[in-house]
Design a protein around this ligand. Structure first.
Ligand code: MOS
Length: 695
């Protein structure tokens, strides 16, 4: 090893930055594939029922049209758990916008025109349900929620504790349907060579998606080759295959040509998942000194008729604060709608809006500072499991955030700070996100030239993962970063988890670190001599994970917001947002800061703007484009700062990283809603806080 400065913990610029800003970086739909043709989906205009006939004659007569596909002329797929992937496998229609046919043509424009000429004859059913109604008798209590969380968890005597608590809160909070809408729309180019399928795919999970598509088509695992060298965001929407990818593969097989499918913004709203709306009730009981005696949190959310997806909305309420009595439950209503799925911090983002708003209400009921209320309820161990935390620095985040923000001496009185025609207020909320980890493989090669190559089926969706992994490899190999090439984005590099659940970089870095260490050892044994054909080693962290000691592992953070509320228009502006996070070792300060700021910006968006509106008459999302569905833009983000504390956690992985993709969005909306209350005196329990809701 050399005496080189370590680069983990530094702030190198992202390796592909120049390629991205100059357009040299290729996204899925941009690969030049000879003879490629285009598929355009025909989406259902009914909510529930059956396709009786697809009349293709007019479409087939149009120029350039190669085929019209429907449920009678595409390959049969294997039944898999995600029934959304059964594209064109039956005549049944489960939601408006579902793919019921597709046109393949020589050009994108020809396919689009012909798709509008396809006549679909439906047998529609009346009486569909598309709105989450808390009074619906068909609401279920699922046994399990997403990511392995329990549906319902109880301890102690929560009703007794609530009844006898001297101070309490009981309130209902709602969050809106949201759509991830990443910068790069979903796109796929599919082509078959015999029984081998290659997909250039907008994908958060090259290897996992390849495995899932292979299963769907009944192919051997290594028969599907996914390429995702550059991906323009995903936020969960690209974390598993979605119907458009399946359509591309089916169409390519049907016409025996490479097929491109590139989603428009409008098409994406029904076809690539969304965040469930929630109706949450939180009841808290406390002693007069602020000590919690009861936490009760119930979350109602929706799923489709196709898939039972229960978001883990109340999971954070099980580990956030110490309480001897607790009831946390998910409830689900299955509707005639597209299937909701993961969107940045699924569960924690909406769930912590409710819990952290209720904590603010409790602080007011107690006449206690909301930062102090959180500090006095700090648990010594995980309240649900009893396991020790591998590290837990929520209190440090709250203290440092309060100092940086200038919280001390805050007058809690609501509605009294005026600046001209604006009211001013500040608010705080905690943040958290679990540390998930999955086993990964990686390979490291030494070349006779003195260069090193690492290959791993990781993917950089804009987070800086490629750069972070290059830093990890360089440090382990003891060479500068420019002597290492880390190749990502290809399923052929072998088993590796997805860029999701904030676990990508931390899980991958474990395998990269292990492979590089093994390579260094191998080189040492050969006295540093690299054979002419090069030297390579593979590593797999499956056994390391099996031997992992049990701890409760989570990231934490504290969010502080200052808002102004226009007295005449009701407009809320977030003048300052300041987050302090504790997420283990920060590998790259530059890209990490971007991740935190991106999450916090999405939190501003959740608080003030994002709401996908369902029209119950048509069963469709009304504002299904970026004109009607507002996402926070630069003008919505004024002062924003992200900081982190140096957190050493030896119970994680060789790099000591926890994961930072999602913790930044959690708690933001509550901090803002709490600030709006402080400004105006009116509690905001429903997101987004649009002008009409502010009084
Ligand atoms: Mo993230 S919502 O787990 O891709």
């Amino acid at each position: 090893m050399t005496t080189l400065d370590k680069v983990v913990g530094g702030a190198p610029a992202r390796i592909e930055g120049r390629d991205k800003v100059t357009g040299a970086a290729r996204y899925a739909s941009e690969y030049p594939v000879p003879d490629a043709v285009y598929a355009w989906p025909v989406q259902s205009t009914i909510v529930r029922g059956r396709v009786r006939a697809v009349r293709a004659t007019a479409a087939l007569a149009l120029p350039g049209v190669i085929a019209v596909l429907d449920n009678r002329n595409v390959s049969r797929l294997r039944p898999v758990q995600d029934a959304e992937l059964a594209v064109l496998q039956s005549a049944d229609v489960s939601y408006r916008g579902q793919i019921v046919a597709a046109v393949v043509a020589n050009t994108l424009e020809q396919a689009r025109e012909a798709a509008s000429a396809v006549r679909v004859v439906y047998e529609g059913e009346e009486g569909y349900d598309v709105v989450l109604d808390p009074g619906d008798p068909r609401i279920l209590s699922p046994r399990k929620a997403n990511a392995g969380f329990e549906g319902t968890v109880d301890w102690g005597d929560v009703e007794g504790a609530l009844a006898s608590a001297p101070v309490g809160v009981d309130a209902v909070y709602t969050t809106s349907t949201e759509h991830a809408s990443p910068m790069e729309p979903h796109a796929t180019i599919a082509f078959w060579e015999g029984e081998n399928l290659t997909l250039y795919n907008a994908d958060q999970a090259p290897w996992m998606s390849a495995t899932a598509i292979a299963e769907l088509f009944g192919l051997p695992e290594n028969a599907v080759n996914i390429v995702a060298d550059h991906v323009g965001g995903g936020f969960g929407s690209k974390a598993v295959p979605r119907p458009p990818t399946v359509l591309a593969a089916l169409a390519a097989r049907a016409v025996r040509r490479p097929v491109k499918v590139a989603m428009t913004r409008q098409q994406m709203f029904a076809l690539v998942s969304y965040r469930t709306p929630t109706v949450q009730r939180v009841r808290l009981g406390a002693e007069r000194d602020g000590t919690l005696t009861a936490v009760w949190h119930d979350a109602l959310q929706q799923s489709s008729k196709l898939v039972e997806y229960t978001e883990q909305t109340v999971a954070a309420s099980r580990m956030m604060y110490a309480t001897p009595n607790s009831h946390t439950a998910h409830r689900l209503l299955r509707l005639d709608v597209p299937t909701p799925s993961w969107m940045r911090a699924p569960g924690e983002a909406p769930g912590m809006f409710a819990l952290e708003s209720a904590m603010d209400e409790l602080a007011y009921a107690l006449g206690m500072d909301p930062v102090q209320l959180r500090i006095v309820n700090e648990p010594p161990a995980d309240p649900e499991s009893g396991l020790p935390f591998s590290s837990r620095n929520l209190v440090a985040c709250l203290r440092e955030g309060a100092a940086r923000f200038g919280w001390a001496g805050r007058d809690p009185t609501p509605g009294v700070r005026e600046e001209g025609r604006k009211l001013v207020g500040t608010g705080v909320a905690s943040s958290t996100y679990p540390v998930f980890t999955m086993a990964s493989t990686a390979a490291a090669y030494a070349e006779p030239t003195g260069r090193f190559v690492v290959e791993i089926a990781a993917v950089d969706i804009g987070t800086g993962a490629r750069t972070a992994l290059t830093q990890v490899a360089a440090d382990e190999l003891g060479v500068p970063m420019d002597r290492v090439t880390v190749r990502v984005g290809r399923s052929v590099f072998g088993p590796a988890p997805f860029a999701g659940g904030s676990m990508g970089t931390s899980s991958w870095s474990w395998a990269v670190s292990k492979a590089c260490r093994a390579l260094v050892k191998e080189l040492d044994e050969r006295a540093g001599v690299v054979p002419p054909e090069g030297l390579g080693v593979r590593a797999d962290t499956t056994e390391d994970l099996a031997a992992w000691k049990h701890f409760s592992r989570h990231s934490f953070g504290a969010q502080f917001a200052e808002v102004t509320v226009d007295v005449d228009s009701g407009q809320v502006r977030v003048e300052r947002l300041l987050g302090v996070f504790a997420a283990g070792r920060i590998i790259n300060a530059r890209t990490a800061r971007s991740q935190f700021l991106g999450g916090m910006t999405m939190g501003i968006s959740m608080a003030l703007h994002e709401a996908l509106e369902m029209d119950p008459r048509f069963g469709d999302f009304v504002n299904h484009d970026l004109a009607g569905y507002h996402i926070a833009a630069n003008a919505d983000v004024r002062g924003i700062e992200a900081h982190w504390i140096d957190e050493q956690d030896d119970e994680l992985n060789p790099v000591g990283a926890k994961g930072i993709g999602e913790v930044g969005i959690v708690g933001t909306a509550a901090a803002i809603a709490n600030a709006v209350f402080h400004a105006t005196g009116f509690r905001q329990r429903d997101l987004p806080i649009t002008l009409d809701r502010v009084r």
